[in-house]
Design a protein around this ligand. Structure first.
Ligand code: FES
Ligand SMILES: [Fe+2]
Length: 426
């Protein structure tokens, strides 16, 4: 349980809020590179940290991310014409380049110098790992580009999807670091999901006696979840939580690894990103097809949108018969929508003053504390944590360990990125 003030502090992300200022120190996944497939393609609306923005790729292929609304009288530049190195508002023809600078006001003589004085707020972008990343913080504090293992793999080794989730980022992210729910909410899927079943890990994860051992790491938390295995052994799953909203899910043997990012759009909506990647091999055509249809930790989307087919408006396609039979523990199909449905049911912003936390919520408690400390550090003029590339370039892992061995040394070893080597998984 936390106080109302603490809950406000952790969940509000607009300009000038504590979390908003912290999050603006990181490169933020803004949109998928494929949403802007070619020069002069249609512009795309983007919402980040309570700001409404427009993204476009100009004639030279440069990326622009700026205020969605025209400086003249506030028309959405989603209607804009992307032409000749700029986005032109269709109402009265004002035009902006990728830096947000107004470059043409047709009604005013060029000699007046009027348009030079008009500039929309714009943010720098980098394209990496199939993602367009935005930096929305103070220019002097711009960090090195993202260094997660998956951003440097070949495109054929990586599949990314994103889905709109109708709740605050924090309760969604808290689901990602709460390994104990897997044994319940996703129980049926461990047996049936084509990207999980038939691994020892999936069988062992069904055990519900989860015990946590959590270490602070330079970039966040290394969360060890221990379950019973064969006599004398424990099964450990090591989830990485990386500042400010990333997780790396412990892999199942032979399968690709998964990670998430929960990016606040505003305080009542977040974009849930899912990255599936294999450090050694291309993803197979079958894997790609399955993921597009909602297997693994991806969701099936309404074509042309990032809205899941199963969503709040249709009761997430609840199947009571499947719930009763145990095929889907909650009656909702698919790991991603199972997560989304329970998290959205908590309300737009979960009321954390009413919680009753238990020992399996320790990672959540520690992550909240870490976020608050990081926000305070930024406020005090100190740097934000986890920006060092070495802090981001880590792996998740799962392994068996004799009961009498502590997990720390084994986890530190198993979570190192070894280029050209398989991730450690059972
Ligand atoms: S509102 Fe955009 S040019 Fe007038
Ligand atoms: Fe989950």
């Amino acid at each position: 349980m936390i106080t109302r003030e603490q809950n406000e502090l952790l969940t509000r992300t607009g300009p000038g809020t504590a979390m908003g200022d912290l999050f603006r120190r990181y490169w933020i996944p803004a949109l998928m590179a494929q949403e802007l497939p070619r020069p002069n393609c249609p512009p795309v609306q983007v919402q980040l940290l309570c700001e409404r923005l427009i993204a476009f790729r100009d004639t030279q292929g440069r990326l622009g991310l700026m205020d969605e609304f025209c400086a003249h009288r506030g028309v959405s530049l989603w209607f804009g014409r992307n032409e000749e190195n700029g986005l032109r508002c269709p109402y009265h023809g004002w035009k902006y380049d990728v830096t947000g600078q107004c470059v043409d006001v047709p009604s005013e003589p060029a000699s007046s110098g009027f348009c030079q004085k008009i500039r929309l707020k714009a943010y720098p972008c980098v394209e990496l790992g199939g993602v367009v990343w935005a930096y929305m913080g103070p220019p002097a504090e711009q960090p090195p580009p993202p260094a997660f293992e998956w951003v440097h793999l070949k495109p054929s080794q990586l599949f990314i999807s994103k889905r709109w989730q109708e709740c605050n980022y924090l309760q969604a992210m808290e689901g990602g670091i709460d390994s104990s729910h897997v044994s319940f909410l996703h129980r049926g899927d461990l047996d049936s999901d084509p990207l999980h079943r038939d691994t020892d890990g999936a069988k062992l994860t069904r055990s519900t006696n989860t015990v946590f051992d959590i270490l602070e790491s330079p970039g966040g938390l290394m969360i060890g979840a221990r379950r019973d295995a064969d006599p004398g052994y424990h099964y450990w799953r090591i989830t990485q939580w990386l500042m400010p909203w990333y997780t790396l899910i412990p892999p199942y043997k032979g399968n690709a690894a998964n990670g998430h990012a929960w990016v606040p759009m505003d305080d009542y909506n977040c974009m849930t990103w899912t990255m599936t990647f294999h450090p050694l091999r291309d993803l197979t055509g079958e894997e790609l097809e399955l993921m597009k249809k909602g297997a693994g930790v991806h969701a099936e989307l309404i074509p042309g949108t990032f809205w899941p087919v199963a969503n709040r408006t249709n009761g997430y396609l609840m199947d009571r018969a499947a719930q009763e039979a145990g095929d889907y523990y909650s009656g909702v199909k698919g790991l991603a929508i199972q997560d989304a449905s329970v998290q959205e049911s908590m309300g737009a912003i979960a009321d954390r003053t009413k919680e009753n936390l238990v020992s399996t919520d320790n990672a959540i408690i520690m992550a909240r504390l870490r976020l608050r400390k990081a926000a305070q550090a930024v406020k005090d003029g100190k740097g934000a944590p986890g920006l060092d590339p070495a802090a981001q370039n880590v792996r998740s892992a799962s392994f068996l360990l004799p009961e009498d061995r502590g997990f720390k040394d084994a986890a530190l070893e198993a979570t190192k990125v070894r280029t050209g080597e398989q991730h450690v998984a059972v």
